[in-house]
Design a protein around this ligand. Structure first.
Ligand code: ZN
Length: 115
């Protein structure tokens, strides 16, 4: 089984739909792989939908928290603006990322749908 075609992945990523389709028509190995991929992506779609529905309320709550945090921070900044040390900390300290604002993020720092 050493001569199994391994083009599917590179065609899928680097070439256009036409080229991939053409190759699928004449290559059984890639056809099988394509069917598997299709099933997997269907499955992922279903799971994502389910989690989105389930997590929506939690996410809304977290967005509300993040917004109050931002609001509170800007109010505090106005009050303590005369204190140089604190201003420096606010200016040059940790910059707020999505994670700091209480959003669930993955290892790329992107927002996650589920936790
Ligand atoms: Zn192939």
């Amino acid at each position: 089984m050493d001569n199994k075609c391994s083009k599917y992945e590179s065609l899928f990523v680097f070439s256009d739909d036409e080229t991939l389709k053409k190759h699928l028509e004449e290559c059984e190995d890639c056809q099988k792989e394509h069917e598997t991929m299709q099933k997997v992506s269907d499955l992922i779609g279903e799971v994502k939908f389910y989690y989105r529905k389930k997590q929506k309320k939690v996410l809304n709550f977290k967005v509300a928290c993040a917004m109050s945090l931002v609001l509170f921070s800007s109010l505090s900044f106005g009050i303590i603006a005369s204190n140089d040390d604190l201003v420096d900390t606010l200016r040059y300290g940790d910059s707020l990322s999505a994670e700091d604002l209480g959003f669930p993020v993955d290892s790329y720092g992107l927002l996650m749908v589920d936790e």
